[in-house]
Design a binder for this molecule. Structure first.
Ligand code: MEV
Length: 323
């Protein structure tokens, strides 16, 4: 039986989290922490999923039961991709699906989007169905919205296109930026962020204080647009300042945390040009822009503050078929 193996990169938000949910731009980088999906057809009318990275050793469901309730958390995205694909293309055969993380999904590198894109790409390849990149984006974004209810789709774009992207909500604009180097250190707080809850928390704040929150989103949009120009020029000092400003606005939005604040503070004291949280906030990661000479001292300071320094290369290749 034909087997298709696909890999996708993880992501790190550089600028514009939260405001990107509201028709605004953000800048996201794909990271070399890759996710793998392997699919093959089965004679039997069932799907078998092995996803050890999310604690699911073995899962079996008949095709007739697909889309039902009580799907284990770790494979909601997998089952939603299969259901959506079979709405149009199924040929009655079953599937065996295996997912592998090259990074622990706790790190907030976007494993849900990565597996969604990987599986959607692999299924179209397995059934020999042509699909453009934009169509694949729309397919995957629909899945994410169905499962998660909220989200801009920036993580789907990163998994699909790779590199460093300027991205507007729902893929209204997806522009690859020419960025050669991104000298950053990434620190993990040890706390898993709950993205949907934080997005809803900001939505509630916006409902209560629309003027204030819209102003914050406007300021963040200025920052994103400036960063879009400065990133390809490698203007690290200016970019560092923009990161600090972006962090101040995120703090105002109430999505930072004691742990993030501490790690950000010490990384600046240790010589970082600028630092901010990356992602939904409340935990997950922070990023520091740092000159090579200060990298060691910044990494050390983050660890002393209780963070875990992640070895991450930014600007990784998007989804690809592996041989
Ligand atoms: C989460 O990593 C980033 C948010 O902007 C949500 C999203 O864009 O989907 C908070």
């Amino acid at each position: 039986m034909k087997k298709i193996r696909v890999s996708t990169p993880g992501k790190l938000m550089l600028f514009g989290e939260h405001s990107v949910v509201y028709n605004k731009p953000c800048i996201v980088a794909a990271v070399d922490q890759r996710f793998e999906v392997i699919v093959e057809k089965l004679e039997k009318q069932e799907i078998i999923v092995e996803a050890p990275g999310v604690g699911l050793k073995f899962y079996r469901r008949s095709l007739k039961e697909l889309g039902g309730k009580r799907v284990p958390k770790g494979i909601r995205f997998v089952e939603a991709v299969v259901c959506q694909f079979f709405e149009k293309h199924g040929d009655g055969q079953g599937l065996r699906i295996e997912t592998r993380n090259h990074f622990d999904s706790k790190y907030g590198f976007g494993s849900s989007a990565a597996v969604t894109v990987g599986l959607a790409k692999a299924l179209h390849e397995l059934f020999e169905i042509k699909i453009s990149e934009k169509e694949l984006f729309d397919f995957c974004y629909k899945v994410v919205l169905k499962v998660q209810g909220v989200g801009s789709g920036f993580d789907v774009a990163a998994a699909l296109f790779g590199g460093v992207l300027y991205f507007v909500t729902g893929g209204k604009r997806i522009l690859k930026l020419k960025v050669n180097k991104l000298p950053m250190v990434v620190g993990y707080t040890g706390i898993k962020a709950d993205t949907p809850t934080l997005v809803r928390q900001v939505a509630e704040l916006k409902r209560q204080h629309p003027k204030k929150i819209n102003k914050i989103f406007k300021e963040i949009t200025f920052i994103v647009d400036k960063a879009k120009k400065l990133l390809p020029q490698g203007k690290w000092k200016e970019l560092g300042k923009l990161m600090n400003e972006n962090q101040e606005w995120l703090h105002e939005l109430g999505v930072s945390s004691v742990e993030l604040d501490k790690m950000i503070e010490v990384s600046i004291e240790a010589g970082g040009e600028g630092a901010k949280l990356s992602g939904a906030g409340g935990g997950d990661n922070m990023i520091v822009l740092v000159d090579k000479r200060e990298k060691e001292s910044v990494a050390k300071a983050i660890e002393v503050a209780g963070g875990e320094v992640m070895k991450v290369k930014l600007g990784a290749e998007g989804v690809r078929i592996e041989q």
